[in-house]
Design a protein around this ligand. Structure first.
Ligand SMILES: Cc1ncc(COP(=O)(O)O)c(C=O)c1O
Length: 493
């Protein structure tokens, strides 16, 4: 059993006592922040012992334990798994954990403002609305647009679908409704549609061109055919940077069709939307300003700690109607006219002070810092792509539209199946080295390796290290495949 502290701190701790604790916490987080950028991309050395350690995996006792003892556990736990801070994760869509944004969470946890209703914390709510106004302006949406900060892109997408459904169907039957999207759309769209009550058959997959962008002619033809059949097209989902490859659908052309066909245009900019801060991104994302709703993920491309997504809606009223705001008896003192209350704009009543996370970081660093960081990610992905073109036994995909460079193994006389296996082997070999972390995806039956450059600390050295490891692994795989050997991992130390 672990030693118990004789006197645990009271729940209603004083400022002075908290200050003492925070100095211990500061020591922990600053050490972590200084250590981890030098750490491996993935660390599981302590995983098994941590999981099986009874001094860790125990129920809370009646008496408290010392903060130092508990922080040691937290420190151990935080070092196991993907090293989010290092910037050597190029897998999935990597997170960053902007440290200065975490300061806002500490403050919010202690101030504990109630931001569900404006009455309770009018000034904090106003700061959050100011953040949303900045996001609205950044995406080029009109004045009457509004928004909601959510836990992430998936929740924001669910809310967007609810708003679109409400606008088109209100409380009418929507069993004939159809939503148009490509196979490259993030799975949270299908998930959100299901939660919002749509059958799988409501989702109409539109083919893509060779750049994995929505085929506009196919979109128009499918909508026409569906109308002819008596179905009710009502929503099109366009990608402003797919998770797989960063592909951007032709937003302007889709917007024109959406307007002509009276469809709700939803743009998924969870990964790509913030690149509009850069000149190149602004050009590539032209048309996003026509959206009825846009999803953004500050916890991706604004580098914030996980837990902050965003939904922007062209007409803030649609947000309110989409969430069926109703007065509750016990809230009668607040009155009915509360158009800016976040509780009436989204599904949550009680919610954390999400706005401060963005507000503090934006004002502290300035917008230019975020623009420069995103520009750097575009440059690094382009650098990765250029380097991949010279790696033997590797086929690079087309130039990245945003910050994801893709490739697969290309072996002489190999079948697709053999190349797929080789690409999986390559990523495993690279990841085993722990210098960087890659991931794979499946594009029309082809296994594709991804280098997703989005972490704050991903640098030119990270890309060089990744390319070096990819080159070694590709050569080894090609050599083994030529010799008929299957276990390539044994030759790679
Ligand atoms: C393009 C895109 N949309 C939506 C999502 C879902 O966002 P979240 O993970 O914040 O729920 C992701 C997540 O990776 C994404 O890349």
């Amino acid at each position: 059993m672990s030693p118990r502290q004789a006197s645990s701190p009271p729940l209603a701790i004083s400022g002075t006592d908290l200050a003492g604790m925070l100095s211990t916490v500061t020591a922990l987080v600053t050490r972590f922040l200084d250590d981890m950028p030098r750490g491996p991309a993935f660390d599981d050395a302590d995983q098994a012992s941590f999981m099986a350690d009874p001094s860790v995996r125990q129920a809370p006792g009646e008496a408290g334990r010392s903060l130092v003892e508990l922080l040691n556990i937290v420190d151990r736990a935080g070092r196991i798994g993907v090293n989010v801070i290092a910037g050597n994760s190029l897998a999935y869509i990597p997170g960053s954990g902007l440290p200065t944004s975490a300061i806002a969470d500490l403050i919010s946890g202690i101030f504990n403002p109630y931001t569900g209703v404006g009455f309770a914390a009018p000034a904090m709510v106003a700061l959050e609305h100011d953040v949303i106004r900045w996001l609205v302006d950044t995406m080029g949406l009109p004045k009457q647009a509004g928004g909601l900060l959510t836990t992430g892109g998936s929740m924001a997408t669910l809310s967007a679908i609810a708003c679109a459904r409400e606008r088109h169907f209100a409380d009418k039957d929507f069993s004939a409704a159809r939503i148009y999207l490509t196979e490259q759309a993030h799975h949270c769209v299908a998930k959100g549609a299901q939660i919002a009550g749509f059958q799988q058959s409501a989702l109409r997959l539109i083919p893509t061109d060779r750049h994995l962008r929505m085929d506009i002619d196919a979109l128009s033809a499918t909508i026409r055919a569906d109308r002819d059949e008596g179905l009710q097209p009502f929503c099109v989902v366009a990608n402003a940077g797919t998770t797989n490859t960063g592909a951007i659908d032709p937003l302007e052309a889709i917007a024109a069709i959406a307007q002509e066909e009276n469809l709700w245009l939803h743009v998924d900019g969870a990964y790509g939307g913030f690149f509009r801060l850069t000149e190149r991104g602004r050009e590539r994302l032209r048309g996003i300003e026509h959206a009825d709703s846009v999803v953004l993920d500050p916890h991706k491309s604004m580098f914030l700690p996980f837990g902050t997504g965003c939904l922007l809606v062209r007409d803030q009223g649609a947000l309110r109607r989409g969430h069926g705001a109703q007065q509750s008896h016990y809230m009668r003192d607040l009155g009915d006219d509360r158009p800016d209350d976040f509780a009436t704009l989204g599904p949550e009543l009680t919610r954390p002070n999400r706005g401060l996370r963005i507000w503090l970081s934006l004002h502290l660093h300035g917008v230019a810092a975020f623009r420069a960081a995103l520009d750097e990610k575009l440059d690094l992905a382009a650098k990765a792509h250029q380097a991949l073109l010279d790696v033997p036994f590797v086929q690079a995909f087309g130039e990245p539209e945003l910050s994801i460079a893709c490739f697969h193994c290309a072996l002489p006389q190999a079948t697709l199946e053999e190349e797929n296996r080789a690409t999986e082997d390559l990523v495993r070999l690279v990841n085993d080295r722990r210098n960087v972390l890659l991931s794979t995806t499946d594009i029309a039956g082809r296994v594709v390796a991804r280098m997703a450059v989005l972490s704050l600390r991903t640098s030119a050295e990270t890309i060089d290290r990744a390319i070096a490891d990819i080159s070694i692994a590709a050569t080894l795989i090609a050599t083994c495949s030529g010799s008929g050997a299957r276990d390539v991992r044994s030759g790679y130390a």
